[in-house]
Design a protein around this ligand. Structure first.
Ligand SMILES: C[S@@+](CC[C@H](N)C(=O)[O-])C[C@H]1O[C@@H](n2cnc3c(N)ncnc32)[C@H](O)[C@@H]1O
Length: 255
């Protein structure tokens, strides 16, 4: 990432946690993380998942290139000093970071679309293969079941009343080229009918298809173990658009 496309990190938990007690990703990730002991959270964001796993006793190494996301993560971590020994937050990208070794689980939650080229995906998978212990698991989400063919008109993503104000986010998606999309998030603060703040955040995302991922995983020494429709661990249905893949690191890369 060049510019910090997550500079609205202070909106992130408000928008995506939606008052949920625990991140839904834990249904799949927590048992794997407990078995692994030490995990790598790639693109940890505000620590939504990492903090929950650390609370469960897991040691979590986190990568997060966005300074704004790290600021929110650290503010939350500061309220939980008992977790300091179990969380490491590295300010780096998966394509370049010096990673810990022999982790039992690595996961990318909501991160894959930020890898815009095959070179970036290859660099990330090569790094992850090195960081994982033999037999370690890699979990990837945001994998498209089918290519997106229609743009998304402005759509309400979340609306939260806090005191006298309403915090509202809408999202729209334009298709720029095959698999390359422009996302615009509009963040608005309203006081009654009066709009008191309105900001747009634009970023470019790439859609990765299940078949592309399956081929790339194989090339980098992973065996695809399971494909789920979401983090509940149910198989995909005809309606599933965004898939969750679980892969296992083989001992050796085939040549
Ligand atoms: C949608 S957020 C997801 C945050 C968190 N994983 C969660 O589920 O709440 C995507 C995150 O990926 C991070 N990211 C983008 N490119 C990255 C890269 N090359 N390496 C590591 N993280 C990256 C962003 O900074 C952002 O915090």
């Amino acid at each position: 990432m060049t510019a910090d496309s997550y500079r609205y990190a202070h909106w992130y938990d408000l928008l995506w946690s939606r008052g949920a007690v625990a991140p839904p990703e834990l249904a799949l990730l927590e048992p794997l993380a407990r078995a692994a002991g030490h995990v790598l959270d790639v693109g940890a964001g505000t620590g939504r998942i990492a903090l929950a796993l650390a609370e469960a006793g897991v040691t979590v190494s986190c990568l997060e290139p966005s300074p704004a996301m790290r600021a929110v993560f650290l503010a939350k971590l500061a309220q939980r000093p008992q977790l300091f020994p179990r969380i490491t937050l590295l300010p780096d990208s998966i394509t370049t970071a010096a990673l810990p070794s022999s982790v039992g689980l690595a996961y990318l939650a909501g991160v894959l679309h930020h890898l815009l080229t095959l070179d970036e995906l290859d660099a990330a998978l090569a790094q992850l293969h090195q960081a994982l212990a033999p037999g370690g698991r890699l979990v990837l989400d945001s994998v498209a079941a089918q290519p997106t063919t229609l743009p998304l008109p402005p759509t309400l993503a979340g609306e939260v009343p806090i005191g006298a104000l309403v915090y509202r986010t809408t999202m729209r998606q334009e298709l720029l080229a095959p698999a390359i999309h422009r996302w615009t998030f509009r963040y608005e603060i309203l006081h009654g009918d009066a709009l008191i703040e309105c900001t747009d955040n634009v970023s470019i995302a790439r859609e990765w298809l299940r078949e592309e991922l399956a081929t790339a995983l194989l090339r980098h020494g992973f065996v695809l173990e399971a494909v789920y429709g979401d983090y509940s661990g149910e198989p995909p249905t005809d309606e599933s658009r965004s898939l969750v893949l679980v892969a296992q690191r083989k001992e050796q890369i085939d040549v």
